[in-house]
Design a protein around this ligand. Sequence first.
Ligand SMILES: Cc1cc2nc3c(=O)[nH]c(=O)nc-3n(C[C@H](O)[C@H](O)[C@H](O)COP(=O)(O)O)c2cc1C
Length: 323
Amino acid sequence: MNYWQEHIKIGNLSFPRFIGGPLDGITDSPFRQLVREFSPNELLFTEMRHVACVANDKGGIKALQFKQLERPLNFQVAANRLDFIEKACEKILAAGVDIVDLNVGCPAPNVVGSGSGSALMADLPRLKEILTLFRKVLPIPFTVKIRAGFKQQNAVDVAKLIQDCGADALSIHPRLQTQKFEGRPDYALAAQVKQAVSIPVIISGGVINFKTAKIVYDQTGVDGFLIGRGIWGKPWKLAEMERHMNNEQFVIDNKQMFYWAARHLDAMIEFYGPKGLFAFRKHLPFYLKGLTDASALRQKLVVSNSLEDVRQTFVQLMEQHGS
Ligand SMILES: Cc1cc2nc3c(=O)[nH]c(=O)nc-3n(C[C@H](O)[C@H](O)[C@H](O)COP(=O)(O)O)c2cc1C
């Protein structure tokens, strides 16, 4: 077996190296169900939820209402203080997940403003307390997602702390908080992190296909690849990468693309009720990207407030693009 065919080991678990990353508002339960149809064994992340929101849940939080077929699942949380962590972990464990991930990389102003996400990279004593508590209360693997740093790079020090506190793996999106999603990810820094720790290191940032995974591997030597924006509008992305890894063809033609977009819409209606139609619209440009008439098609699909009309349009599009 070569590097690509070997699995990444996280605690006592192992997975293919291509992992479905967390995208808030995108990689929700309906989307993950679709990914599963292509990729039965790959690890998928949930969207991030604050531990307070999980701990105080009275049954209304959608993030805990996933299906078991979405597993193996890494449930991602944010935290800025200790008091909600134990209760949140109890609820997450009761919902049935495989791993819990702490987000120490989120750059959003409302998240860092409360001291969670990437703000924790600038407060190592607090981060240590939080990591220690997670490790204490979690009987399953625990991972952490970091950035290059908050305002200044300190990912190597943070990675060592994460390892010392007993985490089973870490992922790094090597940009500073101040860079948000702009600029080239600092793969040299990711390579330093990989060298500095013995737990598995997963790269996040700029990996959109097998070709880029290979380039990033050569520069970093990492153990796994978190696919973020590359999976948006392409629930088959992880399967495509696995096929290309084995030198096999993988083609989704336009008819199939419309089929999966329509299936995505149906899954969102089932999960969110009628408002799923409006929530689905953000996915459309990502499915239609690359089509010559993408903008006209998007217009057609977003003007209608009738689920039946939109479904009918998808049926027509599949007929028009039939082979
Ligand atoms: C719309 C959007 C939502 C995101 N939500 C999360 C999130 O909930 N948790 C997280 O750790 N990262 C989140 N990220 C960051 C991605 O997981 C990833 O680290 C980043 O986009 C870089 O990887 P990429 O180039 O593969 O997209 C989000 C990114 C985007 C664009």
